[in-house]
Design a protein around this ligand. Structure first.
Ligand code: ATP
Length: 457
């Protein structure tokens, strides 16, 4: 279903719904929280798992020549020296001398550049967004965003290690292991889903910009001669994933091509997909043509030969990398924003999350009309018969109206209600989330009927 831009919910609406209904909580909330860290609750973990499963299916399972790995979060610090992160994974930072607040200089200057002089010039007429004063910013300076830790009992420079700032590093250092063990020929891809850490200067906008994030990345290794074509293929593939697997609408996404200055120095081309988030069109993911930068850097630093010999053309080359990289959290907010719908029903506002069934946290709710044992015993039997096949929830508390409302707000496609008639006619009512239509279905044929109805959303 296409959403109008006017229907995009506000961030407060999303934050309050996700907290009220158990999708996302502030990390360490009882201690006042910790900036940039969030916990996923019972429905949030299901939604995030479904998004990850959809990505894994589309990127790793379905293509004929892609494989998955799960590499360690902490790798040799040499990896991050080779990749350029130790020297260059920096963001420009400024402080307000008056109120002591700290900001990303490029965000305040409204400039997509890391050039400190350009930023300093642009910041001259800007006021501090916190205290409103002019001329109170420090000179911009670079801040490395990698989080560090120490390995073993002694804290000194030689024991320093980094929490990975992106999952890609673990893929590059395993390129040859995967190629050899899968007996792959170029082109082939390696996908990974996992946590990454960035010491963001100003984490903000709910789970959009966080310090502990989760990424889904595909690095596809190609012959340099085909890389432009492969790049276009992966752009289309990534966009189709958003439309067909997650259910985002075309109206709400657009391409943003990186211009010189914004693009990483090694990238031949880079396009982000922007989504119409509650706080505006912002980056959801990136597709990058990384050239031979990564493997070349690892060849230089590790002294291992990672070049590839093409048996057919008798040519040796360093594989180039096309990357598709997206954050689980940002996709989570996009999916919620897309699904969020308010409707007027009998003068009341009905809030519904119209997720595609594949990503809905719960597929089926089993609801006995009352707590009478003769109904609950049948309802529990029905729950047991469905739970292994569909992610099902059982709920017998509160009025049936309030229970439907709750299931609508967590996006459950189908509710199965057991009433007193069920004891006579051995049938139940199945309520459709979006149309609210109810159909009577025989208990004997229930799993097949539910499967059919889910497929018709
Ligand atoms: P931004 O410009 O928004 O900081 P980026 O260009 O640095 O993002 P990449 O390094 O390309 O991001 O990372 C790939 C993806 O990982 C992003 O498109 C985004 O979905 C996700 N991501 C990156 N940083 C964060 C973060 N701090 N919080 C949540 N997700 C993030």
């Amino acid at each position: 279903m296409t959403k109008e831009s006017a229907n995009t919910p506000s961030m407060e609406t999303i934050v309050s719904l996700t907290k009220r209904r158990g999708f996302v909580f502030q990390a360490s909330e009882i201690y006042g929280g910790i900036a940039g860290f969030w916990d996923y609750g019972p429905y949030g973990v299901e939604l995030a798992n479904n998004l990850k499963a959809a990505w894994w299916k589309a990127f790793v399972e379905e293509p004929i020549n892609t494989f998955g790995i799960d590499s360690a979060i902490i790798q040799s610090p040499k990896l991050w020296e080779a990749s350029g992160h130790v020297a260059g994974f920096v963001d420009p930072m400024i402080d307000c001398k008056a109120c002591k607040h700290r900001f990303r200089a490029d965000h305040i200057a409204d400039l997509d550049t890391g050039d400190l002089q350009e930023l300093a010039a642009a910041l001259k007429d800007k006021a501090c967004p916190n205290c409103g004063k002019h001329g109170t910013f420090t000179e911009p300076r670079q801040f490395n965003m990698m989080l560090t830790t120490h390995i073993g009992p002694v804290e000194e420079d030689t024991t320093k290690a980094y929490l990975r700032p992106e999952t890609a590093g673990g893929i590059f250092v395993n390129y040859d292991n995967v190629r050899e063990t899968t007996r792959s020929k170029i082109p082939f891809g390696i996908g990974q889903i996992g946590k990454a850490f960035r010491n963001e200067i100003t984490p903000k906008d709910f789970i959009f910009r966080v310090r502990e994030l989760e990424q889904m990345e595909m690095q596809y290794f190609v012959d340099p001669k085909t890389r432009d074509k492969e790049y276009e293929n992966w752009r289309t593939f990534t966009r189709d994933f958003l439309l067909n697997y997650v259910g985002l609408s075309e109206d709400n996404i657009k391409w943003h091509e990186h211009q010189e200055g914004e693009r990483a120095h090694y990238a031949a081309a880079a396009h982000d997909i922007y989504y119409r988030f509650p706080h505006g069109f912002k980056e959801l993911l990136g597709v990058h043509n990384r050239t031979d930068f990564d493997l070349k850097a690892h060849i230089e630093h590790s002294k291992k030969d990672l070049s590839y010999f093409d048996e057919e053309t008798r040519e040796r080359f360093i594989p180039n990398v096309i990357e598709s990289s997206m954050g689980v959290g940002r996709l989570f907010v996009a999916a919620l924003t897309e699904a969020y719908t308010e409707e007027k029903v009998n003068d009341e506002t009905r809030v519904v999350l119209k997720f595609k069934p594949a990503i809905a946290p719960i597929k089926i709710a089993v609801l006995p009309l009352s707590k009478k044992p003769e109904l609950t015993s049948v309802a529990r039997e029905i729950y047991a018969s469905l739970a292994g096949t569909f992610r099902t929830e059982y709920d017998e508390t509160q009025s049936i109206g309030r229970r439907y409302r709750r299931q609508d707000e967590i996006g459950t496609p189908l509710c199965v209600t057991i009433d007193f008639e069920s004891l006579e006619d051995k049938a139940v009512t199945v309520r459709h989330r979006d149309t609210m239509e109810q159909t009577r279905v025989k208990i004997a044929g229930l799993p097949a009927a539910l499967k059919q109805q889910l497929s018709e959303f």
